[in-house]
Ligand binder design. Structure first.
Ligand SMILES: [Zn+2]
Length: 276
């Protein structure tokens, strides 16, 4: 059994589309899914939980993405508190910092939303799912907006201050950092979840981190419908395709796909003990 630890199931909106995607996942041996509840913004962050409530093998998260940080209003944070209290809402996220897109909220707005949501997750005793994107590869205007600020550094500093003292771990979703970032994330107790970009030719830093990470701290995900792994790169992604990322990761670590599946499933269930 494989678990896709991060997919956006509420983005499959065409009639019967979700049913087909779920059937494909089952057929590929991807038996548990974590549906990410960011919606198109806080107004629709409940949609993932609606899907999870209707399917025994699907679990949900809820959270306000850094791109929507200006919408982390008292009303929307109150909605999030209600969602995170639900038994099948097992994590809060994806939350974090994104210094990549020019149109994103400014840094202080993003950081305030991130801190407020970490507090809600801690009160609910649930793990957080982290989104982090640096401005390194951003266009020149975005680079200028975010200046010398480093999203990875700011993120890890805020986690160490607001989260680590409470001892509840989390997941670096779509881990895209290098070895140094991996070490610091692991030191903070985080799991590293690898997505389709692990398989892309230029991702040498991610592959170094994936080979280095301890066996009890790795997960696999699709981030579907985005970021399809090789050999489906450029196509629409879906949870069934996590098998390609898992096979790639197994090869990288010199273990069988079966062993990798057992490992990542055990890790997921340790982090989320209510998942059978
Ligand atoms: Zn995502």
């Amino acid at each position: 059994m494989l678990i896709d630890s991060h997919c956006h199931l509420d983005f499959y909106t065409e009639p019967n589309d979700l049913a087909t995607v779920l059937a494909n996942a089952k057929a590929a041996g991807v038996d548990r899914l974590l549906a990410i509840g960011i919606g198109d913004g806080p107004a629709t962050m409940h949609r993932a939980l609606d899907i999870a409530a209707a399917h025994p093998d699907i679990y949900a998260s809820a959270g306000i993405h850094p791109q929507e940080a200006q919408q982390a209003t008292p009303e929307n944070l109150a909605k999030l508190e209600v969602l995170i209290g639900h038994e099948k809402c097992i994590a809060l996220g994806e939350i974090g910092l994104d210094y990549y897109h020019l149109e994103n909220p400014d840094i202080s707005t993003q950081q305030a939303a991130f801190i407020a949501q970490m507090k809600i997750a801690t009160a609910a005793r649930k793990p957080i799912l982290i989104h982090c994107r640096t401005s390194e590869l951003a266009n020149p205007a975005a680079k200028e907006k975010y200046g010398a600020a480093n999203a990875e550094h700011d993120l890890l500093t805020l986690i160490a201050e607001h989260r680590t003292p409470h001892g509840i771990p989390g997941v670096m979703h779509c881990f895209s950092g290098d070895l140094a970032h991996a070490r610091r994330s692991l030191d903070l107790g985080f799991y590293l979840s690898f997505a389709g970009n692990l398989t892309y030719p230029r991702s040498t830093g991610i592959r170094d981190a994936a080979a280095f990470a301890p066996a009890d701290r790795i997960l696999v995900e699709t981030d579907a419908p985005f970021l399809a792994p090789v050999p489906h790169r450029g196509q629409r992604n879906e949870p069934a395709l996590v098998v390609h990322t898992a096979a790639f990761l197994a090869n990288l670590r010199g273990i069988t796909p079966e062993a990798l599946a057992t490992l990542t499933t055990t890790n997921f269930q340790r982090l989320f003990p209510t998942v059978a």
